[in-house]
Design a protein around this ligand. Structure first.
Ligand code: FAD
Ligand code: NAI
Length: 455
């Protein structure tokens, strides 16, 4: 049977792309080999946020004294938290299936193998069945990167080292956890297991945590977690996984850190091998599928969206990229606003950002002003964050007075930042924001406070 579109991969890019395509009238099939909902719903965004919410509740009560709240017999029940996580995942993945069926998408479960060109497009094999389609959307996502470190393969095999694929199902809280990589996964998981009582050591290659986030905010986040007992070993390279320890090198010195468990979180690798991309000649560059602004590969009517194109490994980017691909397929002009994609780290406090950092704006030669305010200018923040040290930074281009970057460390930042992304994408100016009514009292008002500081 011939389809208008076959989508390979049922993660955020794949399932949303399939749904949008069917809604637009394309006869669509999605093929998923492991789990509908992909990494995000099964072993990524949703499991991590479910665990982190329980930890936040627990810490809220544990340190509730300063708010006049105290409790005895408080317990973080990891098994119950994992059980609840499984229910949340089941509900959401079930919802995705229902949505796909409602939209009229055919779901095929199995490993898709592209099998060259067919007279009416492309052939895709799943086991003994061969399907053809005039268009393909490749949405095969990514997997944890595994660098060539001595002893790592054996550590992974024995279960001493885990990746994000396994960590959500640990049945017990490790007494000590060494986190290799102080990026987004490393920090979120360090946050949960710190609340749950593990002794955490984060080993990071660079001299800062959090990758490209604002460096002052990275410093504040590190201080917050250092105070909570997390040890950070920056500018340190892991060189060996030994028996119950991680060996790293810093300034030529070798240090062994004992561990009950190790989390490997040093980035993710797009899935580009083993499913026949070469049979139709799709170009892979530096480990990811090369695409243009509309998500088109070098092969006619073959698109790629989500982590597999290596542009921005985030679920919300995957959604938009898939929509842009489908819009292009159905003759509608569209493109992803990459410059204003929000980023959130769901630690406690949260970090959220959109647009340029001071570093990136300087590197581009943009002439800008920065306003950097303590979150204590927000009444609600003060009411809810005893002793909190959050900040908000707003970057404004001098000539146009446009907002070009917003960076926050404070709870609720995750829920506020889409507004900042919109301000940047819609080229809103200081005057536009000054005229905007923000609800009071909310943490979001800090953005309004910031723009009134611009001369
Ligand atoms: P994936 O979700 O990886 O889905 C690809 C799917 O394709 C998989 O289900 C796979 O089984 C399937 N597949 C692959 N090859 C084939 C084949 N040949 N045949 C059939 N099926 C195939 N992002 C956020 O925006 N916010 C977050 O809070 C967040 N938290 C995260 C936490 C963790 C621990 C991790 C690991 C990631 C997190 N991410 C987060 C990133 C997010 O999960 C990814 O950006 C997102 O899942 C990418 O979607 P995708 O559709 O491109 O790929
Ligand atoms: P990452 O790229 O965020 O961080 C990896 C870190 O590991 C970097 O800081 C890097 O310098 C460090 N590193 C690399 N090699 C190392 C080594 N040998 N020793 C020590 N440190 C080393 O990657 P991460 O955390 O694995 O996450 C992958 C992606 O998943 C993220 O980039 C993000 O796109 C997505 N994600 C998003 C989340 C969110 O939006 N809240 C949450 C979790 C993941």
């Amino acid at each position: 049977m011939t389809y208008d579109l076959i989508v390979i991969g049922g993660g955020p890019a794949g399932y949303l792309g399939a749904e949008r395509a069917a809604q637009a009238g394309l006869k669509t099939m999605v093929i998923e080999k492991q789990y509908i909902g992909g990494v995000c719903l099964n072993v990524g965004c949703i499991p991590s946020k479910t665990l982190l919410y329980s930890a936040k509740l627990y810490d809220g009560v544990k340190y509730g004294d300063k708010y006049g709240v105290s409790a005895s017999g408080l317990e973080l029940n990891h098994a119950a938290i994992v059980d609840r996580k499984n229910k949340v995942v089941k509900a959401l993945t079930g919802g995705v299936r229902t949505q796909l069926k409602k939209a009229g998408v055919t779901i095929v479960e199995g490993m898709a193998q592209i099998d060259g060109r067919a007279s009416d497009g492309y052939a895709v094999r799943v086991g003994n069945d061969v399907y053809t389609a005039t268009r393909l959307l490749i949405a095969t996502g990514s997997v944890p990167a595994v660098p060539p470190i001595k002893g790592l393969d054996a550590g992974l095999k024995s279960g001493f080292v885990v990746t994000s694929n396994e960590i959500f199902d640990l049945t017990a809280i490790p007494s000590s956890l060494v986190v290799i990589g102080g990026g987004v996964i490393g920090l979120e998981m360090a946050s949960y297991f710190n609340s749950a009582g593990s002794k955490i050591t984060v080993v990071e290659l660079l001299d800062r945590i959090g990758g490209n986030i604002d460096s002052e905010i990275a410093g504040l986040l590190q201080e917050e977690y250092s105070q909570k007992g997390v040890e950070f070993r920056l500018s340190s390279k892991v060189v060996e996984i030994a028996d119950r320890s991680v060996i790293c090198e810093s300034n030529g010195e070798r240090v062994a850190i004992e561990a009950d468990k190790v989390l490997l979180s040093v980035g993710r690798k797009p899935v580009v091998d083993g499913f026949g991309l070469e049979t139709i000649g799709v170009e892979v560059e530096k480990g990811h599928i090369k695409v243009d602004e509309q998500g088109r590969t070098n092969v006619p009517r073959v698109y790629a969206a989500g982590d597999v194109n290596g542009r921005s490994m985030l679920a919300h980017t995957a959604y938009r990229e898939a929509e842009v691909c489908v819009n292009h397929m159905t003759g509608r002009k569209d493109k992803v606003a990459y410059d204003s994609i929000p980023l959130v780290i769901y630690t406690n406090p949260e970090v959220a950002a959109a647009g340029e950092t001071e570093e990136s704006a300087r590197a581009k030669g943009i002439d800008f002003d920065t306003v950097n305010l303590s979150m204590r200018f927000s009444g609600r923040y003060l009411a809810e964050n005893q002793g909190g040290r959050g900040i908000c930074k707003v970057l404004v281009e001098k000539s146009s007075r446009r907002i070009i970057g917003v960076h926050m460390i404070a709870n609720y930042a995750s829920e506020i930042i889409y507004g900042a992304g919109m301000m940047i994408d819609r080229a809103m100016t200081v005057e536009d924001i000054r005229r905007t009514v923000f609800p009071h009292p909310t943490v979001s008002e800090i953005i309004r406070e910031c723009v009134w500081e611009i001369s």
